[in-house]
Design a protein around this ligand. Structure first.
Ligand SMILES: NC(=O)c1ccc[n+]([C@@H]2O[C@H](COP(=O)([O-])OP(=O)(O)OC[C@H]3O[C@@H](n4cnc5c(N)ncnc54)[C@H](O)[C@@H]3O)[C@@H](O)[C@H]2O)c1
Length: 326
């Protein structure tokens, strides 16, 4: 198929593109490079520099590349920034997404796989979180994604868009060619590993007074290749499972200090930590139940333990100590 990957120069999108190419699809990546890297778009994917809010760009991409399905990953994703600048989040993640849907309608494209987020749940009432858990986002990032899920569902009901959304937890790890290089980097695993590689980098731990066993937040980590695999499965089943949302995670919670210990074992040295106040918008605990994805999509994580996820990220970082070149 001819597939458009929005945000395909970013961390998850580049790995989804790699998987789609491996499956024999023709991939066009649309990315404005506000965060992604041109070098992360593997050949023979076609790269188009542009914004999902720009309708002229969208019209030209859908026409010239005869797009048949969309994997939508382009977004602003920083929880902290979403608390101080919600305007940006609703503009990009909601309005931008609607422009994309409208371009799909204009060109008769009816399949979308959407990267949503576990941030739609807010503070969990129970763990692990399944898809029936109430949604009550506590940051505008999660709210903007939830609002787009709602819009997508109306487009499904009214216009027959076939869609599957993934609410995933913390993606981490790397493939041999592609890894995580956000600037700034706010994700824990790459920051721990950068601190291990470069002793001057330091590692900040935000919040030590959460109601958890060691006072730090608890998260569920999932390998980026497992996220990509789920997107491929969804593409194949978008007609029969349209309208469904799936959680993706490994079902095991690690505190920030647990994750640091796992990483210390992988890198074989102690990591220097600076303890800082809580960051606004961070839920205490996020652990997924991926039971539904396993049952209905046949999704099985290839990297179910944090050690193997961290090992893959460490290998990539040692090969790319400065991340992607610019
Ligand atoms: N990384 C995670 O742990 C995680 C967890 C849950 C959900 N997600 C979701 O997965 C998606 C990908 O996350 P990521 O970590 O790869 O983020 P990322 O920032 O690495 O990738 C997003 C890409 O989208 C591009 N982009 C942003 N706005 C755009 C626009 N208006 N037009 C065109 N391109 C635009 C950026 O340049 C970037 O390359 C996001 O939608 C995010 O909300 C990520």
């Amino acid at each position: 198929m001819n597939i458009l990957v929005t945000g395909g120069a970013g961390y998850v999108g580049s790995v989804v593109t790699e998987h789609l190419l491996r499956e024999g699809h023709n991939v066009t990546v649309l990315d404005n490079l506000q965060q992604g890297h041109r070098e992360a778009v593997l050949a023979p994917a076609e790269f188009v520099l542009g914004d999902i809010s720009d309708s002229d760009t969208l019209q030209s991409v859908f026409r010239r590349h005869s797009i048949e399905a969309v994997m939508h990953m382009a977004a602003d994703t920083l929880v902290g920034a979403s608390m101080t600048d919600p305007r940006r989040y609703f503009h990009n993640n909601l309005t931008g997404g609607i422009s994309l849907l409208n371009a799909m309608l204009d060109h008769g494209v009816s399949t979308m796989v959407f990267s949503s987020t576990a941030a739609v749940y807010g503070e969990p009432l129970s763990a692990p979180i399944d898809e029936g858990h109430p949604t009550n986002p506590i940051n505008s990032y999660g709210q903007s994604k939830l609002m787009f899920e709602t819009v997508l569902d109306w487009y499904r009901r009214a216009y027959g868009i076939q869609c599957i959304s993934f609410r995933y937890f913390c993606a981490a790890g790397a493939t041999a060619a592609l890894g995580e290089d956000h600037r700034p980097e706010t994700h824990l695993i790459p920051n721990i590993l950068r601190a291990a590689l470069n002793r001057d980098a330091g590692l900040s731990v935000f919040g030590t007074d959460y109601p958890t066993k060691d006072g730090t937040c608890i998260r569920d980590y999932i390998h980026v290749a497992d996220v990509a695999q789920a997107h491929i499965l969804a593409l194949d089943k978008a007609d029969s499972l349209s309208g469904n949302v799936y959680n993706l995670g490994n079902g095991e919670g690690y505190s920030v200090l647990d994750a640091i210990k796992v990483a210390e074992t992988v890198v074989g040295s102690k990591i220097q930590v600076e303890f800082c106040p809580r960051r606004s918008g961070d839920p205490v605990t996020l652990v997924a139940s991926s039971h539904r994805a396993a049952q209905e999509l046949g999704w099985r994580p290839g990297f179910p333990d944090l050690g193997s996820i961290v090992e893959s990220a460490w290998r990539w970082l040692k090969d790319h100590p400065d991340g992607y070149r610019h």
